[in-house]
Design a protein around this ligand. Structure first.
Ligand code: BGC
Length: 447
């Protein structure tokens, strides 16, 4: 969602995958694990929980497992082995043959938003948005219990209709989250037990998912995080977070793959990693992360344009794209996919078009906060026009703010008070009624 055009040297890529010993951050033990139980030199096999031991760089390995923070409920204990994925990974598109489950949380937001609209035509259009499948963001650990409710609901729809359901989630709770911006800073900090808290957050997601093995789950993994490691290591907070982000994403990918979740790592957008200087280091990083997480076929690929405003196929380049040949998501993906493939990651893509209905709105490509006059975009579909793209999706729930314009907030990011940002805007993730109404009236195709 965010953007940064500048390339910063990519440092300390992880060592390549080696099968005899587990690589740094790789799995080295746990119930059901049959792979290597020793770690490459410089790392130590460290038990994180009954299901997962990981090769932690020896300099960082704790002598004993850090206690979970008291503010975070511990994972329910279980004596059963982790459920094996309910399905053998489909060779193809995980969306094919599945109906996307509609988030009741977003539907409730839409219901109350529509109730505040007096014009009956606009109200009806607003209400129709509740029928468009949108991802549900798990941006705090306290929301994770809701996943069980949604999965149970999806399971009962599946049982009563015979129509298979796929539930779309965003995994979004890294410690020192949003390291190059402020608007979406999260609840965990690296300095205060953040990595252990994050592992616990993932364990709780997994515990819910394991209860419903016949419901398919697809996840976008940590918007902005790895893209920040490609271009923003000059930002102190990102440099400091680098190893923790890698360890946490590795843990998330492995644990989610083990319960059959299809993951797409967030890969910024055309105006971020799509610059020619950024593509190659980005491909190297994502391929390394993929291999270090075991090259599972459940790590299906990458998500682009999450919470951003780019077109999939722009009619003509927006002037802000300044000569970048990858001036829309299709060009970006067509340039990026072969590089990933040649690095050993046969990535497939999903592309957020939720707020991309109107184009040529921004003063600069890097602007990302509540862009004025944005409209809802192309509806989710697997008819994408590209063999590299599994589905057009709506990831950002349109109507939820990108960040506050209140300069006295601790999460105020000055991007949210630029002239192309709608104001006054509430805190990130909270409802922004006037913004939603504009998305409705500017929707393209119309609602
Ligand atoms: C916010 C999250 C929110 C998400 C979806 C992000 O910008 O930081 O809290 O869940 O957007 O609206």
């Amino acid at each position: 969602m965010k953007s940064a055009a500048a390339l910063t040297a990519l440092v300390a890529l992880l060592p390549a995958f080696a099968s005899a010993q587990s690589q740094v951050w790789g799995q080295c033990g746990g119930i059901g694990w049959s792979g290597a139980t020793t770690c490459v030199s410089g790392s130590t096999c460290t038990k994180l929980n009954d299901y997962y031991s990981q090769c932690i760089p020896s300099s960082q390995a704790p002598t004993s497992q850090p206690p979970a923070s008291t503010s975070v409920p511990s994972t329910p204990s279980s004596t059963s082995a982790p459920s094996t994925p309910s399905t053998t990974p489909a060779a193809g598109n995980p969306f094919t043959g599945f109906q996307v489950y509609l988030s009741p949380f977003y539907a409730a937001e839409i219901q109350s938003a529509a109730a505040a609209i007096t014009d009956s035509t606009q109200k009806a259009k607003a209400l129709s948005v509740a029928k468009v499948p949108t991802f549900t963001w798990f941006d705090t650990v306290s929301k994770v219990a809701d996943l069980g409710t949604y999965l149970a609901d999806a399971q009962s729809i599946q049982q009563s209709t015979g129509q298979k359901q796929i539930v779309q989630i965003v995994v979004y709770d890294l410690p020192d989250r949003d390291c190059a911006a402020k608007a979406s800073n999260g609840e965990f900090s690296i300095a205060n037990n953040g990595q252990a808290n994050y592992f616990n957050y993932i364990d709780q997601l997994v515990a819910q998912i394991k209860k419903f093995p016949d419901v398919r789950v697809v996840a976008v993994i940590e918007p902005d995080s790895l893209a920040n490691l490609v271009t923003n290591l000059n930002v102190q907070k990102c440099a400091n977070a680098q190893q923790t982000y890698l360890a946490c994403v590795n843990y998330a990918l492995k644990q989610l793959s083990a319960v059959g979740v299809y993951s797409y790592m967030d890969a910024g957008h055309a105006g971020w990693l799509g610059w020619s200087a950024n593509l190659s280091p980005a491909a190297q990083l994502f391929a390394t992360v993929f291999k270090n997480a075991g090259s599972s076929p459940f790590i299906r690929g990458l998500a682009t344009n999450v919470a951003n405003y780019n077109a999939l196929n722009a009619a003509s380049p927006d002037p802000i794209t300044q000569g970048n040949s990858n001036y829309d998501e299709m060009h970006y993906i067509n340039a990026f996919q072969p590089m990933l493939k040649s690095q050993g990651f046969p990535a497939q893509f999903i592309v957020d078009q939720g707020r991309s209905g109107q184009q040529n709105l921004r003063s600069q490509w890097g602007d990302w906060c509540n862009i004025k006059n944005a409209g809802f975009g192309t509806r989710p579909t697997t008819n994408t026009g590209s063999s590299f793209i599994d589905s057009i999706v709506w990831v950002k729930p349109g109507g939820e703010s990108d960040g506050t314009s209140n300069s006295s907030s601790p999460r105020f990011d000055s991007t949210c008070s630029l002239s192309d940002a709608a104001q006054p805007a509430p805190e990130a993730g909270t409802w922004f009624q006037s913004y939603f109404e504009t998305l409705v009236s500017k929707a393209n195709p119309p609602l």
